[in-house]
Design a protein around this ligand. Structure first.
Ligand code: CA
Ligand code: CA
Length: 318
């Protein structure tokens, strides 16, 4: 009987790890992406080949990109760098139609990710890359209102100096970690509560400060996920994130593995085949701006050099 229980436990753990995997590929080929923006206003860069994924809130020389610097479960992970306390950079998944969501907050039973803090970082020793879930409340027409974040940080869950130069795996839902609330444009509420409180029928109404936000509860919907560096981190931060996994009870299971597309992969599906060849032939001779994955060697034109890259790597990837 004990053996059976152990096997069942191992089976359950295996199921938790073996989510259907979505590979989110970089926009550009190795070493991958380096999206940055020097201005004070946020810049957003959509992934044309992965709808709903963005490099977002990039400002003041913050950098984000799926790169090969810290490979994890494959050849890549999401790299982040913020040189000053003003810098910011995120990677995000968002539904933009204002009504699509993954599931109800009460049904979120597994939420895990892996993060890495490079030892060259000079920001406070407690700082790591936080994970945020987008939440909102449905109105009578089924539209999502009260859009906001519930944000996980280790500093509100016991805290202390975080490990450096190593990958850290954390599970946040089954282990009932504390989350704080940021209703978009509504101020920050740092009175972090265990996820089970947010997931309850009563939910939680933050009481921190005079700008009282909205109430999220078990009925609230989860409609995206975000990881990012900054702002307000005094010093330099360098790090990475990999393998974001969400599972909803009797609902969707998501595993996002961030990888760098192989050289010659034009359409960003991880393989170099006829489709990529066709793209180059169709676009042959066209000029391309900086944000152009069809121009493989990024010299401004789709021409024989790009064709050669596809032919040289034809059949690779997958
Ligand atoms: Ca391809
Ligand atoms: Ca070219």
């Amino acid at each position: 009987m004990r053996t059976l229980r152990v096997w069942l436990w191992l089976f359950a753990w295996g199921m938790a790890l073996a989510q259907p995997e979505t590979r989110v590929y970089s926009v550009f080929m190795p070493p991958g992406d380096w999206f940055t923006h020097s201005g004070a206003n946020y810049a957003f860069f959509p992934f044309f080949h992965h709808w709903n994924w963005y490099y977002g809130h990039v400002q003041r020389d913050g950098v984000v990109g799926i790169r090969t610097d810290y490979p994890r479960s494959g050849n890549g992970s999401v790299f982040f760098s913020t040189p000053t306390a003003l810098a910011k950079s995120d990677i995000e998944f968002r539904f933009l139609d204002g009504q699509t969501y993954w599931g109800r907050l009460r049904d979120l039973e597994w939420l895990s990710y892996e993060w890495y803090r490079d030892g060259r970082s000079t920001v406070g020793a407690h700082i790591h890359l936080p994970l945020r879930i987008y939440v909102g409340n449905l109105d009578s027409q089924g539209r999502i209102r009260d859009l906001g974040y519930l944000i996980y940080e280790l500093s509100m869950n016991g805290g202390g100096a975080v490990p450096v130069d190593t990958w850290v795996q954390e599970e946040l839902a089954a282990s009932n970690r504390r989350f704080w609330q940021n209703p978009i444009n509504g101020g920050n509420f740092f009175d972090a509560q265990p996820l089970s409180v947010w997931q309850s029928e009563e939910g939680y109404q933050p009481r921190d400060g005079d700008r009282i936000g909205v109430r999220y509860n078990g009925d609230s919907v989860v409609c995206g996920v975000s990881v990012g560096a900054g702002t307000g981190w005094n010093g330099v931060f360098i790090g990475a994130v990999a393998n974001i996994i969400l599972r909803f009870r009797h609902g969707v299971q998501l595993h996002f593995n961030f990888e760098v597309r192989p050289a010659g992969d034009v359409n960003g599906d991880g393989q170099v085949d006829d489709t990529d060849l066709l793209w180059i032939l169709m676009l042959f001779g066209t000029n391309c701006s900086a944000y152009c994955p069809y121009d493989l060697n990024r010299d401004g034109t789709v021409d024989d050099t790009d064709l050669l890259i596809v032919l040289t790597h034809f059949g690779t990837g997958g």
